[in-house]
Write a protein that binds this ligand. Sequence first.
Ligand SMILES: NC(=O)c1ccc[n+]([C@@H]2O[C@H](COP(=O)([O-])OP(=O)(O)OC[C@H]3O[C@@H](n4cnc5c(N)ncnc54)[C@H](O)[C@@H]3O)[C@@H](O)[C@H]2O)c1
Length: 381
Amino acid sequence: MRLDKTLCWDGELTVTRHDRETGTSFIIRLDSTRLGPAAGGTRAAQYASFGEALDDAGRLAGAMTLKMAVSNLPMGGGKSVIALPAPRNEIDQGTWKRILVLHAENIDKLGGNYWTGPDVNTNSSDMDLLNDTTEFVFGRSTARGGAGSSASNTSLGVFEAMKATALHRGLGTLDGLTVLVQGLGAVGSGLAVLASQAGARLLVSDTDSERLAWARQAGHDVVEIDNVRSTPCDIFAPCAMGGVIDSAVAGELPASAVVGAANNILADDEAGDILHQRGVTYAPDFVTNAGGAFHLVGREVLGWSEETVGARTRRIGDTLAEVYSIAESEDIDTDRAARILARRRIETAGTHPPHTRTAGISVDPKARARPTRSPVRDRAR
Ligand SMILES: NC(=O)c1ccc[n+]([C@@H]2O[C@H](COP(=O)([O-])OP(=O)(O)OC[C@H]3O[C@@H](n4cnc5c(N)ncnc54)[C@H](O)[C@@H]3O)[C@@H](O)[C@H]2O)c1
């Protein structure tokens, strides 16, 4: 039998559904539940084909497995993709609500083996709506018992990663170093404040003029968008979007280290290797930006206190030290080293038997709002 490449994905489970009324396709992929229930956001986007949407869900679910494992979170990796019939901003409120209710039904049927949160084109209000139907949701609004924005904790984690990387690279503390932050959004602006308080000189870049005005007022120097990757600095911090370092950029980047919040900073496999050959220390993004997961999953799924979330986030520097040690001893790039560390943690963990996974992570019932309405459960009654 000849199978399409997208169907030969070797994760644990793929769930798909199509809604003829709205023309929407739903995909949930569970890459691994070895460490606990799979967790990963819900991405809503238009795709050229169903295969492309399946591939995206699989790739993103795999990245979540690595992020959870390397961060020692008792969760696996999964991801949802909602393949929309039109751009998100052209979908009316009624249609969007129907789409979310159907998605929530799909999640609920997985019985706690998959938890979701916000991602591209979904936000905390959407998570509240999902939570009307299923309890397996994090990233809800504070009014609904959610943990609120994860951005400031992500900034803290990236800051810890930056300090650890500067030390590892022989640059000492951040005091006096030049840090270039690309993207002054929720995470980048918080990072800029922390790095500046630690004595770093800030270079910043953004497409938004209001954010640049804020930066100028704070005394930071602005770099033109097109010059970001050719401006010399000690630490380059991509905090806008992924794919900013391809092999060509890696070969020329005038920085000693790269430490940012953006997901998938490296555009291709060679980029990490080239940075390694050139002695540019790259802090793998799925290690540095885990503060967001600690905040949302920690508070809303695992029932952690704010103190525990903070303590776990400050240990991101220790995880990076382990990654750097593996990279040095095996003479490999740091991205590969982080994947090795994640896989070691997955392989040494016991397999969770089915139906005990949710119990195994001690979900705090007080931290959870029961769904007000569950079409799936209501039908079962
Ligand atoms: N928020 C979190 O907790 C979290 C957690 C993990 C990873 N991340 C990742 O970190 C990154 C930043 O997240 P955020 O929540 O701050 O997003 P955000 O949307 O608040 O900020 C992004 C900023 O980048 C700017 N920008 C866009 N294109 C740009 C460009 N070409 N050059 C310079 N600036 C540009 C935007 O104007 C905006 O200010 C994203 O890639 C996100 O996926 C965020």
